[in-house]
Design a protein around this ligand. Structure first.
Ligand code: PAF
Length: 284
């Protein structure tokens, strides 16, 4: 496996892979790789001939008071894990390499899909994500790109971008990977103290109950969200940002009973760490 830090080197590697007729799988990450990322790299390795994992803590998707500086940076360990999962290239550029000009070209998805949920408390976040992911798509020219369902809103935003900008690739979405105790794997879990980790288990516990109530026939969105909200609020260390349900695809408001496929999503702070989690509610 090769560690590549410049756009020029990456372009050379991609050109060689394309000339050799290889299909390309791209796994965009911000590093601090965990088993969730490992599942994406593994899938990319199974479905493509050549796998690129990008490791880039993207400054443009962090708001002014967010954790850009504190975000864990573990490139050596990331390279080891990426190699073990079958990556051919780790692309770890500097911010200057990805954003060479002071003036910016933005890629921005508009509408409900970027306004609700995390878009409300993180207004510039998705514009940063779509801009950097567009750059990575243009550089790696993947046949398939891999993202985790834990970032459910990001997935919906990227699906819209791929469709609207005619990116010629398949967006592959892999299931949430959880700790044995239910906590969704996240690079930010390393910020949690032991007691905050314990408290955060309320997220997966309450979402699972909502899923069970849905399976038993509950179709009232307010009843489901209120039960989740009450259970999370009863945990003294929690500070709720949102507990909401939207219709899939593209996060449209729910009017009337739940039909088709819906996303029940939560964002909650434990201490200074903001965690997200979700379940999809759909009839079998
Ligand atoms: O999901 C992430 O880790 C990031 O938002 C992504 C897609 C790598 C873009 O920086």
């Amino acid at each position: 496996m090769k560690l590549v830090k410049t756009v020029a080197e990456l372009r050379e590697e991609i050109a060689a892979a394309k000339t050799a007729g290889k299909t390309i799988g791209l796994v965009p990450t911000m590093g601090a790789l965990h088993e969730g990322h490992a599942s994406l790299i593994k899938a990319a390795n199974m479905e493509n001939d050549f796998v690129v994992v990008s490791v880039f803590v993207n400054p443009t998707q962090f708001g002014p008071n967010e954790d850009l500086e504190a975000y864990p940076r573990t490139l050596d360990a990331d390279c080891k894990l990426a190699e073990a999962m079958g990556a051919d290239i780790v692309f770890a550029p500097s911010a200057k390499e990805m954003y060479p000009s002071e003036d910016m070209t933005w890629v921005e998805v508009t509408g409900n899909v970027t306004k609700v949920l995390c878009g409300r408390s993180r207004p510039i976040h998705f514009r940063g994500v779509t801009t950097v992911v567009s750059k990575l798509f243009n550089l790696a020219q993947p046949d398939r790109a891999y993202f985790g369902q834990k970032d459910a809103q990001q997935v919906e935003v990227l699906k819209r971008m791929v469709k609207d900008l005619f990116f010629n690739l398949q967006l592959r979405v892999m299931p949430i990977v959880r700790e044995a105790d239910g906590l969704a794997k996240s690079s930010r879990n390393t910020y949690l103290s032991g007691s905050e980790h314990q408290a955060a288990l309320v997220l997966s516990r309450s979402l699972k109950k909502a899923q069970e109530r849905f399976a038993a026939g509950e179709r009232n969105a307010a009843a489901l969200t209120e039960a989740v909200r009450e259970e999370i609020a009863a945990e003294p260390m929690s500070n709720i940002d949102y507990v909401e349900i939207y219709r899939l695809p593209e996060l449209q408001p729910v009017n009337g009973p739940l039909t088709g496929s819906s996303l029940l999503a939560v964002a909650v702070k434990f201490g200074t760490t903001r965690l997200i989690d979700n379940v999809i509610l759909e009839e079998k």
